[in-house]
Design a protein around this ligand. Sequence first.
Ligand code: B12
Length: 225
Amino acid sequence: MVEFNPAEIEIAVSDAGLVPFGWIVLDRNDLAGLPIEFPEQILLLLLGNAGAAMWKRFSEVADQHGQSLDAWCEATIGAIADKFQARAFYPFEKPHLPFQQWAVQTGSFFKSPLGLTIHPEYGLWHSFRGALFFANAHDIPITEPQVSPCRSCADRPCLTSCPVNAFNGMEYDVPACVDHLKTSDTTNCLQSACAARRGCPIGKEYMYTKPQATFHMESFMRSFG
Ligand code: B12
């Protein structure tokens, strides 16, 4: 039996190039309808990328061995899960798990007008890569509740930066977005990332580099043939 030590787990996550985004406690009601069976209460540590570390680690392996990002996540997060006797879940698994809802539950992420979650420091420049589930009840680190940066953003430039107005604050018009990317891409979203995402003033220093932005946008476009 490995002793549960949240600080040690977070260090292992950071050492792997990922960011420990926060801990939440889930009970059976939270898991209702999900393909997950667990005891009464579980702890979840949400993991993702923000900043340059994950891209540096992953692209080295991808260049040498052609590994996909999903495979890299499974290998990297799976190894941490094994070490700390946790179970790993991933955002690409089907049926889809509610990663964005879990993020909001941590108290550090908020739903933005784009539908993506926003973080006060990282802005929109983060993604979720996995979740570690710990089946026993333990104490978890308490984090200070934060405030959504969107609350004090009067202009909402995110909603006016998309060339085809794919975002209206409630819905994301996926066909309009894909059509624009396939035909004109006047705002260079394919190389520089989504223009609406770039329109947000928060966390600009965490904006993806062109190689990373291109990689994610190409992967997004592949799902539309
Ligand atoms: C399906 C899906 C999509 C669909 C969206 C369908 C739709 N009607 O909106 C498509 C393929 C279009 C999509 C696109 C993108 N997605 Co997406 N997507 C998912 C996925 C795999 C499942 C969502 C789901 O069903 N959740 C389960 C249900 C129960 O939860 P829900 O909250 O009701 O889910 C809804 C929202 O997540 C929404 N949604 C999903 N992606 C997006 C993107 C935008 C911009 C908006 C407004 C809504 C939206 O669609 C879901 C169903 O209605 C999640 C991963 C996950 N497991 O959450 C990623 C996820 C939501 N996507 C993500 C991202 C980053 C994107 C892209 C920006 C990718 C990119 N290129 O970088 C693009 C947007 C394109 C662009 N303009 O840049 C991130 C969001 C991170 C965040 N900060 O919130 C996630 C969490 C993946 C991750 N690894 O982190 N995506």
